[in-house]
Design a protein around this ligand. Sequence first.
Ligand code: AHG
Ligand code: MN
Ligand code: MN
Length: 325
Amino acid sequence: MTKLTTLADHLAADDTASSALKGVVSTIADTCARISKVVASGAISGSLGAAGHVNVQDEEQKKLDVITNDMLSQALKADAAVAGLASEELETIEATGRTGGFLVTFDPLDGSSNIDVNVSVGTIFSVLPAPEGKSPAEADFLQPGRNQVAAGYAIYGPQTMLVLTLSKGVVGFTLDADGQWRLTHADIAIPADTAEFAINMSNQRHWAEPIRRYVDGCLQGKDGPRGKNFNMRWVASMVADVHRILMRGGIFMYPWDAREPEKPGKLRLLYEGNPMSLIVERAGGVSTDAKGAILDIQPTKLHQRVPVVLGSANEVALVADLSRG
Ligand code: AHG
Ligand code: MN
Ligand code: MN
C-alpha cells in the first residue's frame, strides 16, 4: 500500500504560505493529535464531567474545556511565530511578548454537551496576522474573517480528522495509528444543492419569521413549496454538523432567537463563525448571518456572538432571500 501524504509533506509543498505560518499550523495540528488521545481516554484518564465553574460565556465549563484550552495555550505560547491568542474559554486575550507573526483564536473543545455521552467533539481555530512592531491588544484581534490566513478544525469522531484551509482550497487529513496526519481528502467541495437541514428544532417557537418559514417549507416535503422531501440532522457539535456538510452537503443554522434577544445568536464570531465560514466559502459553500457574509463583519467585541446560516450555496441563498423579505 502506498503511504498517503503527511501533513508535514503537504505543508512543505505549499509555496503560498510562509514557513512561520506552516509552523503555527503544525503546532495546532500536533496539539490536536495529543488532544485526540485525551478525548479518547475519557473516563480512564478522569477527564469527563464538569470542571465546577462557569466561563466568560456564562457556560458551565467541562474538565475537557479546561484541559484542551491549557494544552493549546501552552503550545501556542511556545511557538515563536505567535504574538497572541484568544480563546472561547479565556476572558481576555493573552500576548506572548513577541511582535509580528500571528494571532490565533480558538474554541479548544467544541460540542461540550457531547463529551460525557461519547459523541463527536472538536477543536476550531483561526489564524490572523499580528500587528507589526507592537504587542497585540484586544483591538488587534477584532479583524474581519476575510483577514484570516488559515483556519481549520479537528474532529474527534469515529476517525480523528483535521480539516484545513490556507490560501485556497480545503483539505482533510486523517490521524493514523502512529499519530501522523495523512492526507485523505485532497479537495473538499460542498455540493450546491441539498435536501438535508440542521437546526435545533426545540428552539422553533423562538425563531424569527423567515427561519420558521424556511424550515416549514422543508418539513412539508414533497407536498409543500419545495416539492421535495428533506432529512434533518443535529449533532449539537458545530464541528460535526459542519463536517457532514463538507462531506455531503446540507445547511446548518444557528439563527438569532428570542430567548436572549439582546444576543445576536449562540455561536461566537471569532472562534466559531469566522473559521467555519472561511472553510465553507473555500469549499464552494456560502456562510451568512442572514444579512451578509459573516466574513465581512467587523467585530466590535472579543466574545461577540453571530447568527450563522451556512452550507450548500443554493439552500443558503434561499434563507438569505427569505430573511431580506
Ligand atoms: P461549545 O461546546 O464550544 O460551547 O459549542 C457548542 C455549540 C456548537 O458546537 C453547537 O452547534 C451548539 O452549541 C449546540 O447548541 P444547542 O445545545 O443549543 O443545540
Ligand atoms: Mn463551540
Ligand atoms: Mn467550546
